[in-house]
Design a protein around this ligand. Sequence first.
Ligand SMILES: NC(=O)c1ccc[n+]([C@@H]2O[C@H](COP(=O)([O-])OP(=O)(O)OC[C@H]3O[C@@H](n4cnc5c(N)ncnc54)[C@H](OP(=O)(O)O)[C@@H]3O)[C@@H](O)[C@H]2O)c1
Length: 300
Amino acid sequence: MSESFKLNTGAYIPSVGLGTWQSAKGEVTAAVAFALAHGYNHIDAAWCYGNEDEVGEGIRQSGRKREELFLTSKVWGTYHTKIEENLNETLRSLGTDYVDLYLVHWPIALNPNGNHPVIPKTDSGARDLYLQQTIEETWKGMEALLKMGKVKAIGVCNCSPSYLERILKVATVVPAVNQIELHPYLPQHSVVKYCQDKGITVQAFSPLGSAGSPILQDPEIIAIAEKHNASVGQILISYQVARGVVVLPKSVTPKRIEENIKVVDLPKEDVEALGKIAASGKTQRFVKPDWGVDLGFEDW
Ligand SMILES: NC(=O)c1ccc[n+]([C@@H]2O[C@H](COP(=O)([O-])OP(=O)(O)OC[C@H]3O[C@@H](n4cnc5c(N)ncnc54)[C@H](OP(=O)(O)O)[C@@H]3O)[C@@H](O)[C@H]2O)c1
């Protein structure tokens, strides 16, 4: 089934985790309970997905012991100045007194007193940013959580090397993880290498290209899947594991949930071929919110 990778904290993280973004409230409880009964020990959640109560219910229904599970959640931008408050809501929803990994969801703070609790907007309709709260300050806030025992490891999402450099300049604790969009249309080789060189474990979000993905129809990837008698989804997931990346496929469909945890051992030539597809003119980023600031990614 799925192996584990070692974080820079010394803890192990299962290489495949169930994603929960856009999992409808009526479906996610069953998906989580099913996954935890079918080989998954790892769930990727976030406060801003608005479904952590239902994720928590799925964990309870699974009957699994807390210590067998690896649970991740993320602080949202409107809470960068009050991270513990956001974490406490998550812990209540998930029904646990700690998460194994807590991430900064995006490196940009949003106005904590704006016109909306999740995505506050300015009069012009742009995201209402709170730039006086820097990523350096937010990281210090994350480090403070470690002493409280409510998080076992801390990390970030959506950080380019330029943001990671800023964090590393002030960090007492090196981020354990950087969770970024990764799939054959966006392999981000240089970002992955930068993180791995610094001991930061990389996680792949939207590994299938997110909902309605064109990647699933890619002839080159279909050919590799046929060769291995596997599904395209399994190849996309196995590609990340082969490059030492933790992968977070989302599904609410039992058959796919079962399929996605069965990692195929891909030979070097297939891993290399999958890593070259984007460079043939297919580069595409699917999760691209308009932050109105440069996040430092080459393709953005
Ligand atoms: N940190 C961040 O900023 C961030 C951003 C995006 C995502 N994430 C995390 O990463 C997770 C995964 O990303 P994602 O949800 O964007 O997309 P994804 O996992 O790439 O794709 C999910 C889509 O693929 C379908 N699917 C799942 N398994 C399949 C298979 N074997 N064959 C064909 N289709 C399949 C799902 O449908 P069904 O559900 O209907 O089966 C769903 O429509 C998220 O759920 C979230 O936990 C994090």
